[in-house]
Each structure stands twice: as structure tokens, then as C-alpha cells.
Design a protein around this ligand. Structure first.
Ligand SMILES: Nc1ncnc2c1ncn2[C@@H]1O[C@H](COP(=O)(O)OP(=O)(O)OP(=O)(O)O)[C@@H](O)[C@H]1O
Ligand code: SF4
Ligand SMILES: [Mg+2]
Length: 367
């Protein structure tokens, strides 16, 4: 988290969002074809992201493109897992969708509006429908407020209920996240990390949003607590019909929670597919490497070692000096001259599976 203000300030839908430096909107961005990776989900997408681009200005002539023309759709009640190595742009994407960071170009269609075009009260009123759960529960809660006030605050900011009703709904929400009413008057510092994250989840869901960005919501918690919080998120999703954009490093977690998964590498999506298809039949060499690098008990020690070694090959380039052509070519065991020169586009393999690799068919046939 590199924001300049406490996380709890960002969350409240307040107009006071001290955005990090960003480059002004660029209306001449090249538009690549949007890949609506729809699935069995019915109806209209809840969220439709088109060619979204996020840049950070790091000084004179130093601009870092953290999200590079990303497109996807998310359907009501769906969970899209987002995976990729540290620094590839996952959080920037999540925040740009919520307009916590303003993208330089692209569209974020949500409930019939393009969020990138909204400001002030129009944007604030959409915020009740889209929330975020942060990685660091402690840093995301105002330490001076009681748990009850923290959970009530979104209802107050969005003027959704009077005082008594706010309290009733906050208590109900605390119950839904497994916290007894006695926590209502406690301060965050009196709670464990897992309990703090339950408060963060209660605050995110109390306005009954349609979309929640979960940005590594369990990675700062003890392993024993992680499963409880993940179960809670899954139960609440089923109960409330909320859609999640779920960012995580742990592929096991992503597999178990996600309907679909998007794999990100240096600011771009390189593969998107339903979770089962992605893990059973990964097509992009990077996805294969990611999956293989997770130790699997059904693999021999040698197979694990080979997989991990081939994945680890090569330096991980940064976003500031992203390689030409296919950005993965410096690490890819299948790279050829074309890969160094021509960026692959995300192409549909079937209705639900897309991959950005010039040679995915050849690689598949060579097995
Ligand atoms: N406010 C900022 N100012 C400048 N650069 C930033 C800012 N926020 C993010 N970045 C840079 O943008 C890139 C993407 O960062 P981001 O936090 O989105 O990655 P991530 O995939 O979420 O990483 P992690 O898995 O470590 O959380 C990184 O190179 C990061 O240093
Ligand atoms: S396009 Fe080339 S470098 Fe990129 S993943 Fe495919 S084979 Fe590897
Ligand atoms: Mg992150």
C-alpha cells in the first residue's frame, strides 16, 4: 500500500481521496480489442473494463505503466481471481476500477455508467456499490473509532439509514462476520488480526455493495486464521450475491474461491479462464510456471524441481524497463525471434479461455 493517507480514509467514500501522482487522461491511447471473457454467468456484466491504463509519474521522463490496456468483464455474483508476481499491477488495477487511482485511459463500465467519467457526488454515490477489503486490516481501520462506528460509517456517509437503523444494521453485519455484539464498543487495537479483518469485511459489506475488491485479504493473517476468513468471504458471497475481484498470491486460495482467474504479467493479462480450466490446462508458459512453482504433492520431487527451475530462469524485469514484444520473452523457455519483436494479443482459445502467446498451439502440440 503506497497511498499517502490512511486506508480507512479512502474507504468511506469521502471526497477526500489524496490520489497518488498520476498522468493526465490520455485520449489518444491505442485501443486493443476488448476480450469479454464471459462464462456461464447469465445476463449483463456487472463490471466491464476496457483498455484500462494506469501510469505513475516517477519524475521527469520516468513514467511507469502499472496497468497496460487491460480488458475484462465480471458478472453479478462472480469471483474473478487475479494472480501474478509482486509488482505486476494487481492492486493498481483493483484501485483503478474503484477510481481510487484515476486511470489515464480506458473505461470502467459499472451499473450502466463509465466510472472514469464520474467525479464528486456522482462518483461518491457509486461507491456504496463497490468496496474494497485491504491486505492490512490494522492500517485500514481508524484506530480512534469504535468497531461500531467504523461499520456504521459507510451507512452514514451514503445517508442510507438514521442513527438507530445504522446501529441495528451494524450489529447485524457484525453478527454476519462472526463478531458478537460486545465488540461494537471496542477499538481496533483490542482485536486480533483476524477479528480486525472481520471488521474490515463488515464495513465493506454493510452497504450491500455489488462489487468488492479483495486485495490480498488474508495474506497478513496467521495461516490458522486465513481459512476462517476465506470461508467467511465465500459464505457472504453466497448469502449476499456480491461479486469479488480477488487478488491473491496463493494459487490454492485462488483456485478454491474463484469462478474464473486472470493471470497478470508486467501490467498485462496473459491468460484468462475458468478456474478449473486454468489449473488443469494452463496454456501460457508463465501460467504454467506459476502453477508448477507451487509444490504439488502429486508430483515427484524431480518434476517439482524442474518446474521451479525453468520458472525461475531469468531476471524478473521491472515495469519501467518492460521487455519489447512479448514481455515474458526474457524468461520464457519457448521464446523465439518473433516474441522479441511482436507483442502477442489476448486471443480466444474457446468461449471462456483466452491466452496471449504466439505459440500456445505449438507448445500444446509438442507435449
Ligand atoms: N503510488 C505509486 N507511485 C509510484 N509507483 C507505484 C505506486 N503504486 C504502485 N506503483 C508501482 O506500480 C507497480 C505495480 O504495483 P502494484 O502495487 O499494483 O503491484 P501488485 O501486483 O499489487 O504487487 P504486490 O503483489 O506486491 O502487492 C509497481 O512497480 C509499483 O512499484
Ligand atoms: S509469445 Fe513467445 S515469449 Fe511470449 S509466452 Fe509465448 S512463446 Fe513465450
Ligand atoms: Mg498489491
Amino acid at each position: 500500500m503506497r497511498s499517502l493517507c490512511p486506508l480507512w480514509l479512502i474507504l468511506l467514500g469521502s471526497s477526500f481521496v489524496p490520489f497518488v501522482s498520476f498522468v493526465a487522461r490520455n485520449s489518444v491511447a491505442t485501443m486493443s480489442e476488448a476480450i469479454p471473457f464471459s462464462n456461464n454467468a447469465k445476463g449483463e456484466p456487472l463490471l466491464s473494463v476496457e483498455n484500462l491504463e494506469v501510469r505513475f509519474s516517477l519524475g521527469p521522463n520516468r513514467v511507469l505503466t502499472a496497468v497496460d490496456k487491460v480488458s475484462f468483464e465480471l458478472y453479478p455474483g462472480e469471483t474473478l481471481g487475479l494472480v501474478g508476481e509482486s509488482g505486476c499491477g494487481k492492486s493498481s488495477l483493483g484501485r483503478a476500477i474503484l477510481q481510487l487511482i484515476r486511470p489515464v485511459s480506458g473505461k470502467v463500465g459499472f451499473l450502466g455508467q463509465d466510472l472514469t467519467q464520474l467525479t464528486g457526488s456522482a462518483l461518491r454515490s457509486m461507491r456504496r456499490q463497490m468496496q474494497i477489503v485491504f491486505q492490512d486490516p490494522r492500517g485500514s481501520l481508524n484506530p480512534r473509532w469504535s468497531v461500531g462506528r467504523i461499520v456504521e460509517e459507510p451507512l452514514r456517509v451514503h445517508q442510507l439509514a438514521g442513527r438507530d437503523e445504522r446501529k441495528r444494521r451494524a450489529l447485524e453485519m457484525l453478527g454476519q462476520v462472526g463478531l458478537a455484539p460486545s465488540y461494537f464498543n471496542q477499538r481496533p487495537a483490542q482485536l486480533s488480526g483476524g477479528q480486525q479483518q472481520r471488521v474490515g469485511i463488515a464495513r465493506a459489506l454493510v452497504t450491500r455493495p455489488k462489487l468488492v475488491v479483495c486485495d490480498e485479504p488474508v495474506s497478513s493473517l496467521d495461516v490458522s486464521i486465513q481459512a476462517q476468513i476465506l470461508n467467511l468471504l465465500q459464505e457472504l458471497k453466497e448469502e449476499l450475491g456480491v461479486a469479488y475481484l480477488f487478488v491473491a498470491h496463493n494459487l490454492g486460495v485462488v483456485r478454491s474461491l474463484s469462478d474464473r482467474v486472470a493471470v497478470m504479467y508486467l501490467g498485462q493479462f496473459v491468460e484468462t479462464a475458468p478456474a478449473a480450466a486454468l489449473f488443469d490446462r494452463p496454456l501460457h508458459p508463465y501460467t504454467k510456471g506459476l502453477i508448477a512453482s507451487v509444490l504439488r504433492p502429486d508430483h515427484t520431487a524431480r518434476a517439482q524441481l524442474n518446474a521451479a527451475a525453468s520458472f525461475a530462469a531469468g531476471e524478473v524485469p521491472g515495469l519501467l524497463n518492460a521487455p519489447s514484444g512479448c514481455r515474458y520473452h526474457t524468461r520464457c523457455p519457448y521464446a523465439q525471434q518473433r516474441c522479441r519483436e511482436e507483442p502477442p494479443v489476448l486471443e480466444k482459445v474457446d468461449k471462456e479461455h483466452s491466452v496471449a502467446c504466439h505459440f500456445w498451439r505449438k507448445i500444446l502440440d509438442s507435449k
